[in-house]
Design a protein around this ligand. Structure first.
Ligand code: SF4
Length: 424
């Protein structure tokens, strides 16, 4: 039955909690000892451990956390090193142009991250006298683009604030440690996980503890085939215990934790599946299918002054998907358009924005390039158009420029456009 308004939610049933202080202590110790032994050497960890200045330390952690959102560690390392070399401080980043930021970010994906990072750096410099906010609460409140997770990571790692973090890795580890099988993307479950992370975090080494929990999720408690045999906290893991020992008596799964209708157990309609073992957890509601989109794009090529090919690129609008990046002239297509109509639509588009009449006849269809964005399944229908002689562009239209192949790859262009050029 619904609770009267204002009544606090009852605590979750004990099997989903860390209610024994001795066990919490042991878990912290086991996890930190493992982290000290096995942690990966990463450039942002070195900076966080050696940089004496708190603002510089926080900045170094902040950049790494923003880059690591949605991107693998192995990919981030090189970008991170180049970024920190180019802009070692907030002040340096605040003075950079968006074009420079986009160029360095090119290939890392989710481009608005770089832009927001720079906007926030400018804010710290102009409104906060160059001083980073000193608590997770203030970081989240004052810095655009810094959510609860990033704020917790910066505050715990840079300042030693005893605050937990919850990201995808932590969700997986906590759900397994405590057999949480309710939809882990639901706000109610996420709130519980934050409570748990805040209660668990080691008071004397919060930054290391948070990184250890995430490292465990990234290297041992991985999604598909977790290495439970090597896991430093396996003796505290209820999913592992359940896998090894099952249940003493066959009781209905709805009574997993002894409380009927438990909000954290797997739903009665999807009980524990013994063939999955610990990977019964976490569980997520089915993902929304990505939107399907088609875009016609044209590689316009001319001979440059030394005979080398040059390509025309135009800049995208400053908001929306791939904001401010450069691309070959492109046109979103309506679904189900036939090849001939696509070609005509693209020719009209080129004519309208570049002012060249009668290009349709020269357009050559090259092929299709598929690129998956997080929420869009994008197909680029690629055409090629060689141009003779010199072409001047109308500067009043959207920004555009001719680039050599080398300049193209060094420009702020998306990975998808690089695929288009490679496939021409
Ligand atoms: Fe994850 Fe297995 Fe360790 Fe449990 S024992 S935390 S499931 S790796």
């Amino acid at each position: 039955a619904a609770l009267p308004v204002g009544t606090p939610a009852p605590p979750p049933p004990a099997p989903h909690l860390f209610s024994d202080p001795a066990e919490v202590e042991a878990l912290r110790g086991d996890l930190l000892a493992w982290y000290d032994r096995c942690k990966r050497d990463l450039p942002w960890r070195t900076l966080a451990a050696t940089e004496p200045d708190a603002d510089r330390r926080a900045y170094a952690v902040w950049v790494s956390e923003i880059m690591l959102q949605q991107t693998q560690v192995a990919t981030v390392i090189d970008y991170y090193n180049r970024w920190m070399q180019k802009w070692p401080t907030l002040q340096a980043l605040a003075e950079a142009s968006l074009e420079e930021v986009n160029e360095l970010w090119a290939g890392l994906g989710y481009y608005s991250r770089g832009k927001r990072l720079q906007e926030a750096a400018r804010k710290v410099v102009s409104e906060l006298a160059g001083r980073m906010p000193r608590t997770a609460e203030d970081l989240q409140k004052l810095l655009p683009g810094v959510g609860r997770y990033t704020a917790g990571a910066i505050a715990s790692i840079s300042y030693g604030q005893a605050t937990g973090v919850v990201d995808g890795n932590v969700i997986r580890v906590l759900c397994r440690l405590r057999c949480i099988g309710a939809d882990s993307s639901s706000p109610a479950v996420i709130d519980r996980l934050w409570d748990m992370a805040n209660a668990l975090v080691d008071r004397s080494r919060p930054g290391d503890f948070n990184q250890a929990l995430m490292e465990l999720g990234a290297t041992v408690c991985v999604p598909k085939a977790p290495l439970c045999g090597e896991c430093p906290v396996k003796q505290h893991c209820r999913a592992q215990r359940r896998k090894l020992f099952g249940k003493p008596t066959p009781v209905p799964d709805v009574e997993d934790c002894g409380v009927g209708g438990c909000p954290l157990c797997p739903p009665a309609t999807e009980p524990w599946d013994s063939s999955l073992g610990v990977t019964n957890f976490p569980r997520k509601a089915a993902k929304k299918q990505p939107r399907v989109a088609r875009t016609a794009t044209c590689v316009l090529e001319r001979r440059g002054c030394h005979g080398a090919p040059e390509y025309l690129i135009v800049q995208r609008p400053s908001s929306g998907l791939l904001a401010g990046l450069w691309e070959f002239p492109s046109l979103p297509l309506v679904q189900g358009l036939q090849e001939e109509k696509q070609r005509e639509a693209l020719a009209d588009h080129l004519q309208a924005c570049m002012g060249w009449p009668g290009v349709a006849g020269g357009l050559r269809f090259i092929g299709e390039v598929v690129h998956i964005f997080s929420h869009i399944h994008q197909t680029y229908v690629v055409y090629f158009l060689p141009l003779d002689g010199d072409v001047t562009l109308d500067p009043a239209l959207s920004p555009s420029r001719w680039v050599t192949e080398e300049e193209f790859y060094a420009s702020a262009v998306s990975t998808a456009m690089k695929k288009v050029l490679r496939g021409r």
